[in-house]
Design a protein around this ligand. Structure first.
Ligand SMILES: Nc1ncnc2c1ncn2[C@@H]1O[C@H](CCC(=O)c2cccc(C(=O)O)c2)[C@@H](O)[C@H]1O
Ligand SMILES: [Zn+2]
Length: 353
């Protein structure tokens, strides 16, 4: 039979495959997931905000000169979240956007300190995210889990408050699975956070700091040795250290790779220079993530399309990437088995003659 397809068809097929592929996301920020639709809803509640609501103006506002500028803009969106009802709305609507992309499971990074220091009652904050988590699972079929992160630049007081919120039995939300560290890395050495990670780990939380996003591979070593990282947020600069790559591969420590984010914050110059290929070649478990998708003009499906191009993947390669995320997730074993099987069934149905 003659193949009538034009050269563009393969890419179109792959996009359709990705759109329907059941996925898990391991690195995505709560506030950083506020879409223009959500930002507008929040800004309507707080008209004094300086965040634009018109989608075109918002796209302009979300164009960053460097990482520090990104954090500055990020914090202006944080300022839009002022009440427990804002927290609930954000969380629930983010889950709705995830469901549209066939995301079945997500570990959402939340910075509770940013909200409690702005005066949101801590118990009401926990109730709001938990209420949204339960509604999202029941109504959208998206299973959410939380990673509470320390905003590193805010110092040890913020670290103390974050570990308290994560480990106090009266506050700790049921969905909390991990403990992280975010914000700028330059001038914020990781080892100082060791005591806080020790306490979080002792309370049963998993360690997932950002490292090597804007600094060198020594920061990733610090995250591994001092913070006992089980996965690394970004880990981009690991590519510069062959011993580190071998270590990550040997110990099955996954990197949470967020390609478009790295370009938007100017951590990497161009997508073609992104080290994801080196990670894959070295046998490091690679997971694909969106970080702060609307702020970077992307979504998880687009990140899979980017990965397919950079790693030259077909449908089975993409399904393997999706399974990497399930394997590296903190979902329980039954959940991991179920989601892996769902991905396999989807791929084999798609590829069946
Ligand atoms: N690509 C990223 N890489 C790293 N982090 C990222 C990324 N994307 C989003 N974040 C988030 O940015 C937060 C930073 C917040 C912060 O530093 C800060 C400092 C001082 C005051 C306050 C405040 O709230 O008043 C906050 C992190 O905790 C993290 O969750
Ligand atoms: Zn991040």
């Amino acid at each position: 039979m003659t193949d009538h397809r034009t050269p563009g068809d393969d890419t179109r097929d792959l996009h359709a495959f990705i759109a329907g592929l059941p996925k898990a996301e391991l690195h995505v920020h709560h506030v950083g997931s506020a879409s223009p639709r959500i930002v507008s809803a929040l800004a309507a509640r707080h008209p004094d905000s300086k965040v634009p609501t018109d989608p075109e103006a918002l796209a302009d506002y979300f164009t960053f000169t460097d990482f520090a500028h990104f954090i500055q803009v990020y914090l202006s969106v944080v300022d839009l979240i002022r009440t427990p009802e804002d927290v609930r709305l954000l969380t629930y609507e983010v889950a709705r956007d995830m469901a549209r992309q066939q995301v079945r499971y997500a570990e959402l990074t939340i910075t509770p300190w940013s909200s409690t220091r702005r005066g949101i009652d801590e118990l009401a904050f926990m109730d709001a995210i938990e209420d949204a988590r339960k509604a999202a699972e029941a109504e959208f079929g998206v299973v959410l889990r939380w990673c509470f992160d320390i905003p590193g630049e805010a110092g040890l007081e913020a670290a103390e408050e974050t570990v308290r919120l994560a480990t106090d039995d009266r506050l700790r939300p049921e969905g909390l699975v991990s403990f992280g560290l975010g914000g700028p890395e330059i001038g914020v050495p990781r080892p100082q956070f060791k005591p806080y990670f020790d306490r979080a780990i002792a309370a049963g939380l998993r360690s997932v700091p950002h490292a090597g996003e804007t600094t060198g591979p020594e920061t990733v070593w610090d995250a591994l040795n001092d913070l006992r990282a089980e996965r690394i947020g970004h880990g981009t600069s690991s590519a510069r250290d062959p011993k580190l790559l071998a270590h990550l591969a040997e110990h099955r420590i996954a990197l949470e790779v967020c390609p478009t984010s790295n370009i938007a914050t100017r951590a990497v110059r161009t997508l073609d220079e992104h080290p994801i290929k080196e990670f894959a070649r070295a046998g490091v478990p690679v997971t694909i993530n969106s970080d702060d998708p609307p702020m970077f003009g992307t979504d998880l499906n687009n990140e899979y399309a980017v990965a397919a191009r950079l790693l030259d993947l077909d449908e089975l390669g993409l399904a393997a990437l999706a399974k990497n995320a399930v394997e590296a997730s903190f979902l329980d074993e039954a959940g991991r088995t179920r989601l892996t099987a769902e991905i396999d069934t989807y791929a084999s149905t798609w590829l069946a003659p």
